[in-house]
Design a binder for this molecule. Structure first.
Ligand SMILES: Nc1ncnc2c1ncn2[C@@H]1O[C@H](COP(=O)(O)OP(=O)(O)O)[C@@H](O)[C@H]1O
Ligand SMILES: [Mg+2]
Length: 238
């Protein structure tokens, strides 16, 4: 369960203060798939970063299964993040000097997990890239790179996967496939999935869409037909 309460975030920009979030309240159930929509600049990325513990609120709180991200020392938050959260970004954020397999192994290495090779192999098979394990990111297409990022985001079986505009750099067919894959793999693991996108097409069939505007939640809409629980069929991707 993710509980976002009266969340505020201000950024200092020279002499200016930018209010990116102005009091966001949101509850997200375990295993739920939530899309965050809204125009560019509405606060989507800021919200995702705070929910993922990459940044801290100016005011208000984010609690993940009772763990309050702002109430613990930095190393403890970093440890929580490494253990329980996976991230997928618009620009893939793969490490260019590491192979596909090494990129995917990285979260397990941080956690000093065992059986890393077997787990990397398994998740690369799930994203259909087993035969590319020894390649480098720059030898892959955009869609393949994002599938590597999804494998890396899920290899440690996080309870929460966060994706910030994961399809923005992909053509629409590839984006649709990447989205469906991410949704299915998160759903199979029971991972909660929070995705932001400014693309209305992607949001159209989503089970739950939270629309941001000027740092606030404008709408929180659950689809009548689609179940809120992560379910591959819930998103009309075809
Ligand atoms: N690091 C930052 N420093 C200053 N302003 C920022 C920073 N990050 C975001 N902002 C501002 O906060 C607002 C919300 O940004 P953001 O969360 O990135 O929105 P979105 O992801 O919906 O485009 C925007 O006005 C943006 O310019
Ligand atoms: Mg953004």
């Amino acid at each position: 369960m993710i509980e976002v309460e009266d969340l505020h975030k201000e950024y200092a920009l020279g002499d200016l203060t930018v209010s990116a979030l102005r009091g966001v309240n949101l509850g997200i159930a375990d295993g739920e798939c939530v899309f965050i929509g809204g125009k560019s600049g509405s606060g989507k990325s800021t919200l995702l970063h705070l929910v993922g513990g990459l940044d801290l609120p100016s005011r208000g709180s984010v609690r993940i299964d009772g763990f309050d991200t702002a109430s613990v020392p930095d190393p403890q938050l970093a440890d929580f993040r490494a253990r329980h959260i996976g991230f997928v970004f618009q620009n893939f954020n793969l490490m260019p000097v590491l192979t596909v397999a090494e990129n995917v192994e990285y979260p397990l290495l941080l956690l000093r997990e065992r059986d890393r090779a077997a787990r990397v192999k398994r998740v690369l098979e799930e994203v259909g890239l087993a035969e590319h394990a020894r390649k480098y990111p720059n030898q892959l297409s955009g869609g393949q790179r994002q599938r590597v990022a999804i494998a890396r985001g899920l290899v440690h079986e996080p309870r929460l996967l966060i994706a910030d505009e994961p399809t923005a750099n992909l053509d629409s067919d590839t984006g649709t496939q990447v989205m469906a894959l991410m949704h299915r793999l998160a759903s199979e693991r029971g991972s909660t999935l929070v995705i932001c996108s400014h693309d209305p097409e992607l949001l159209a069939g989503a089970p739950r869409v939270v629309t941001m505007r000027d740092g606030r939640v404008e709408h929180d809409r659950r689809s009548a037909t689609a179940p809120a629980q992560a379910d591959d069929r819930a998103i009309a991707l075809a």
